[in-house]
Design a protein around this ligand. Structure first.
Ligand code: GDP
Ligand code: GDP
Length: 438
């Protein structure tokens, strides 16, 4: 599971700037999808070999008793509780403030790994000017400049060092390719626990205990029509004996981690509420993670024709970026429409793990180019030579040639469509990368 870093500090020290910097690489992937809204407080990031989740928090006053500051303090405490490591950001130019002392006191009591970071340190000489931050009693201070992108890699390395993450080259835990790891994602009340309990009550579904799983762990292995599944930890649910029940607190971090650890995500949406901002956020995380996805609109039994139309239209405008996913209309409660969901899950899993041999990819590429040549831009006409598969889950197709940086988005989508059709890829994102020789 990816480690979670929470950014904490008083307002204006540069937390959001740092957040953007830490999550930047991933942003680029999803920047140009219409309808994609993102919760700017949670993000995936990667620096070198490290991948992580970052939480940005508002300005923090640990002792705030009223109003918006009290609410912010509450949210910050939750973020800190969910984090593996806290990055405490201070302003190198402003120096230590009383508020910094309050936050430091709170963090020292917490007993969680904590890294003190002095932002806005561009052009400063560490030893001389940052000495005063030692007063905070949190050890060494790491100078960074979020806006100039300085010291970011060192920050990540130092923040994650106490967590003893597996070193590069250490084998990942064995994954059984025959098992589909399934996460049911969705905001509170969409019907996740109802659906899972309906499933587990089905005769065709055989749940079994796996050695090493505790009684209240959510992870449940089961088999259905000869296909093995593992239901991975789903945010907002608790296991009570044989049934699942919703818990009050919804955790974005748990949702992100569940998505990351799944091979297929079933995104549940509540038809009675149509598509909400929170649904769109979760969908955005799924897109960003590159996971295969199936969408089920639940409570279809409880909505009239008018609402059904509304939901379908909202799906197009707000979830257009997941249009590779199959959409089902179901009732978890009335057990309607559930069978086809399983077929889509299996199809999405197959698609995500599809093997695409180089000769076939290359032949398809050249046929596509013959059918429609990429446009010349200025002096350059992109020349595509061959293609190979660069990865699975999600499948990545790497195209080699010349002047490929001039290939338009429209043309890439045209290619994507051809590849999807030929390899029957449904329910998985497909990434196309261009590698130019010159
Ligand atoms: P937040 O309230 O802690 O989230 O702070 P912001 O990220 O909104 O930044 C507050 C101000 O500090 C903005 O005007 C930023 O442009 C500025 N800032 C952020 N990082 C740096 C930095 O590394 N150097 C300098 N000089 N200014 C910065
Ligand atoms: P969770 O928070 O996502 O686990 O949601 P729950 O499974 O607890 O369901 C929230 C509410 O929606 C409960 O009152 C359920 O009875 C109701 N519900 C769940 N599925 C359906 C459905 O298919 N149709 C209708 N009408 N109600 C449903």
């Amino acid at each position: 599971m990816k480690p979670v870093i929470a950014l904490v500090g008083r307002p204006n020290v540069g937390k959001s700037t740092l957040f953007n910097r830490l999550t930047k690489t991933r942003d680029a992937i999803v920047a140009d999808y219409a309808g994609l809204t993102r919760d700017r407080h949670y993000g995936n990031g990667a620096q070198g070999k490290h991948e992580y989740i970052v939480i940005d928090t508002g300005g923090f006053e640990p002792d705030a008793l009223t109003g918006i500051y009290k609410e912010m303090a509450k949210q910050t405490r939750q973020a800190v509780a969910e984090a593996d490591v806290v990055v405490f950001v201070v302003d190198a130019r402003a120096g230590v403030s009383a508020q910094d002392h309050d936050i430091a006191k709170y963090l020292r009591k917490l007993g969680k790994p904590c890294l003190l970071v002095a932002n806005k340190a561009e052009g400063m000489t560490q030893g001389i000017q940052l000495g005063e931050f030692f007063e905070l009693g949190l050890g060494e201070v790491v100078p960074v400049s979020a806006s100039h992108g300085q010291g970011i890699k060192a920050l990540v390395d130092m923040a994650l060092a106490p967590l003893h993450l597996p070193e590069d080259g250490e084998p990942e835990p064995e994954q059984d390719p025959g098992v589909i790891k399934l996460a049911v994602a969705g905001r509170p009340n969409v019907g996740k626990s109802t659906l899972i309990n309906t499933w587990l009550g089905e005769e065709r579904l055989v749940a079994f205990d796996m050695p090493g799983t505790t009684r209240d762990a959510i992870s449940v292995p089961f088999e259905r029509n000869g296909q093995r599944f593992e239901l991975v930890d789903t945010a907002g649910l608790r296991r009570k004996g044989q049934v699942f029940e919703a818990i009050e607190k919804f955790s974005v971090v748990k949702t992100l981690q569940a998505i990351e650890s799944a091979s297929v995500v079933l995104l549940l949406i509540d038809a009675t509420q149509s598509v909400t901002d929170q649904d769109a956020h979760i969908a955005g995380y799924i897109l960003e993670s590159g996971r295969a996805v199936v969408i089920a609109i639940n409570k279809w039994d409880a909505v009239d024709e008018y609402q059904r139309e509304l939901v379908k239209r909202a799906m197009e405008t707000r979830m257009g970026f997941l249009k590779f996913a199959t959409v089902h209309y179901i009732s978890a409660q009335k057990r309607q429409g559930l069978g086809p969901v399983w077929d889509s899950i299996a199809q999405a899993h197959r698609s995500a793990n599809c093997k695409m041999p180089t000769p076939m990819l290359t032949r398809l590429l050249l046929e596509a180019v013959q059918f429609q040549t990429p446009k010349k831009t200025g002096m350059y006409r992109p020349k595509m030579r061959y293609a190979h598969q660069g990865g699975m889950n999600p499948p990545i197709i790497v195209i080699h040639g010349n002047s490929l940086e001039h290939v338009t988005e429209t043309y890439k989508r045209f290619l994507e469509g051809r590849f999807r059709k030929e390899f029957d890829l449904v329910g998985t994102p497909l990434r196309i990368q261009m590698k130019s020789a010159s």
